[in-house]
Design a protein around this ligand. Structure first.
Ligand code: PMV
Length: 332
């Protein structure tokens, strides 16, 4: 069997996925919309080798021992082995060019790259829709990283998940001056992973029904805002959507507060800049890092002001990025 190597970009949701209706098939309670980030990617090589007695996985050159992360990769490889009707163990090497598990969407790029590379190595020929559904099984947000530009992951209605996959709304060339500035305020691993955080929210948060009842309007606004290139509509809706999600996180029992003081500093700065007339918004995932949404013409000033904040360690500027792709050069 051949080696498969693929690279997938991370993505950041403008309308968030928060909560599952099926834990095994990773079916979401609500649809979501994201932008794929140019230049923040995971590269993964997979080879199925008859000589191996167990799967062997390295992440950023470190061998993953028995922990949760290793178990998730093995579980995902099992799905692919079942699809390909093989029993062979695999060697997997994966590298991120950004901090892992700090709210910078490494699970999205990671499982998209793993799905595509492993499917190729197993000899499966999957179309983008099938790859999106396979990636979804590893991490919901990974379903969106198969596509470039602006992407919608449909909730779907079916219990077998065959209508829950991501589709492109618009390619990167549609809105080339849209920017996402990912600020790094912490590179440590987050305390509560999204998987556990969303489960706890669905089970214990009294505000969760309110979240669900308002998401479809946000999806309509962001989808049409992207098509019309209406920056205010997209930014304002994305910011409100993110705050509603964090309100549900904070109101779970026990509470989950992903923010730290630097998170709050950035939120305030964005509000101050907006009062000054700068078109700028923010969104935050399950971690303390803030993603600042703006357009190219305002980017340099915004970036400089973010860097002046004491809690900001780094700022990565991302344009809309391309789809997951196969590479000829392997990691081993
Ligand atoms: O699929 P996961 O486990 O990476 O969960 C993603 C959850 C959020 O990042 C908070 C929202 C989203 O839609 O990406």
């Amino acid at each position: 069997m051949e080696k498969g190597t693929c690279r997938a970009n991370a993505n950041i949701a403008l309308v968030k996925y928060w909560g599952k209706r099926d834990e095994t098939l990773m079916l979401p309670q609500n649809g979501s919309i994201s932008m794929t980030l140019d230049g923040m990617h995971t590269t993964t090589t997979v080879e199925f080798l008859p000589s191996l007695k167990a799967d062997e996985v390295t992440l950023n050159d470190a061998l993953l021992a028995d922990g949760k992360e290793f178990a998730q990769v093995v579980e995902h490889l099992n799905i692919i082995r079942e699809m390909a009707k093989i029993k062979t163990f695999a060697r997997v090497a994966s590298k991120n060019n950004f901090p892992t598990a700090a709210g910078l969407a490494s699970s999205a790029s990671g499982f998209a790259a793993l799905s595509m590379a492993a499917a190729k190595a197993a000899g499966l020929k999957l179309n983008p829709q099938e790859l999106s559904m396979l990636s979804r099984r590893g991490s919901g947000s990974a379903s969106r990283s198969i596509h470039g530009g602006f992407v919608e992951w449909k909730r779907g209605e079916k219990s077998d998940g065959t209508d829950s996959y991501a589709q492109q709304i618009a390619p990167p060339s549609h809105w080339p001056n849209f920017r996402m500035l990912t600020t790094v305020v912490s590179t440590s691993e987050k305390k509560v992973k999204s998987r556990a955080g969303m489960k706890q929210t669905v089970e214990t948060c009294p505000l969760y029904p309110g979240w669900l009842s308002s998401v479809n309007a946000d999806l309509d606004a962001v989808r049409s805002g992207i098509k019309e290139k209406d920056f205010h509509k997209v930014g304002a809706t994305a910011e409100h959507n993110c705050l509603k999600m964090h309100a549900t996180m904070i109101a779970t029992n026990p509470p989950i507060i992903y923010w730290n003081p630097a998170t709050m500093e950035i939120i305030h700065l964005v509000q101050v800049m907006r009062e000054e007339g700068v078109p700028v918004y923010f969104t935050i995932d399950a971690g303390p890092n803030v993603k600042v949404i703006c357009q190219e013409e305002n980017m340099q000033d915004i970036e400089a002001r973010l860097k002046e904040l004491s809690g900001v360690k780094n700022v990565h500027v991302c344009k809309p990025g391309g789809p997951a792709e196969t590479l000829k050069e392997h990691l081993f």
